[in-house]
Ligand binder design. Sequence first.
Ligand SMILES: [Zn+2]
Length: 91
Amino acid sequence: MAQTIINLGIGHKESSMDENTLPSTVTAVTPPCMMCGDTSRIEVDRDQYLAWRRGTLIQQAFPEMSPADREHLKSGTHPACWDDMTKGEDL
Ligand SMILES: [Zn+2]
């Protein structure tokens, strides 16, 4: 099965992709996590993803997603890393 990878990081190619050929689910590559530097691949609904990239607020484009998962998709910060980071701020 062909998998469509969408890179959300610097130099992403989505402007050149043909939306009509995309499968109903696409795999988004997140930017590097600001804590650990790793990127992730997250499977998302194509229409929701495209709505988000066209300017829909992420919480409206992905209403069923948890805030931590939205943050992960948007910024690349892993939910676990985000926890560590926010815990650290209590010091
Ligand atoms: Zn991380």
